[in-house]
Design a protein around this ligand. Structure first.
Ligand SMILES: Nc1ncnc2c1ncn2[C@@H]1O[C@H](COP(=O)(O)OP(=O)(O)OP(=O)(O)O)[C@@H](O)[C@H]1O
Length: 133
C-alpha cells in the first residue's frame, strides 16, 4: 500500500503551525524586555535553586513550576494589554487606566499567590532538612 504524499494544503497548514510557534516566541522575547518580567525570571531562578537546595519533593517542584509559568504568562498578557491600550488610547482615558490597572492587578494576584505557594513548599522542606523532622 502506498503512503499518501503530503498535499500542498497539508504543507501550508504545517508551515502555519510552525510559524505560530515562532510568533509566540517573538511575543515572549518582546515581553521579556519588560522590567517586571526580568524580576520574575530572577525570582523563578531563586525558587528553582531553593527547590534543589532544600530537596523539595516532586509535588513541590510541580507547584513551583506551575507558579512560574502562570506568573510569566500573566506578564505576557499584561504586556499585550498595555500595547493594545497604548494603540487604542494614546491619550489619557479612564477606561485605558482601568484596563492597564486590571491587567497589572492580575499579575499581582498571581505573584502574591506564588509567594504563598513558596511558603507552603519551602518552609516544611527547610524544617525537615535542618531540624530533621
Ligand atoms: N492612556 C492612559 N490613560 C489613563 N491612565 C493611563 C494611561 N496609560 C497609563 N495609565 C496609567 O499609568 C499606569 C502606568 O502605565 P504605563 O503604561 O506607563 O506603565 P506600565 O507599562 O504599566 O508599567 P510597566 O511597564 O512598569 O509595567 C497605568 O497602570 C495606568 O494607571
Amino acid at each position: 500500500m502506498s503512503e499518501r504524499q503530503p498535499s500542498g494544503l497539508d504543507l501550508k497548514a504545517q508551515n502555519k503551525f510552525f510559524k505560530s510557534f515562532r510568533y509566540a516566541a517573538q511575543g515572549v522575547v518582546s515581553a521579556a524586555g519588560e522590567r517586571n518580567f526580568k524580576v520574575d525570571i530572577a525570582a523563578a531562578a531563586c525558587a528553582l535553586a531553593l527547590c534543589a537546595l532544600l530537596q523539595v519533593p516532586l509535588w513541590g517542584w510541580a507547584a513551583v513550576v506551575v507558579c512560574i509559568g502562570a506568573v510569566l504568562a500573566a506578564e505576557c498578557v499584561n504586556t499585550a494589554i498595555e500595547a493594545v491600550v497604548d494603540l487604542a488610547s494614546p491619550d489619557i482615558h479612564p477606561l485605558a487606566k482601568r484596563a492597564k490597572d486590571c491587567a497589572a492587578g492580575a499579575a499581582l494576584i498571581l505573584a502574591v499567590a506564588s509567594v504563598a505557594v513558596a511558603g507552603i513548599v519551602f518552609v516544611p522542606a527547610a524544617w525537615a532538612l535542618f531540624l530533621g523532622c
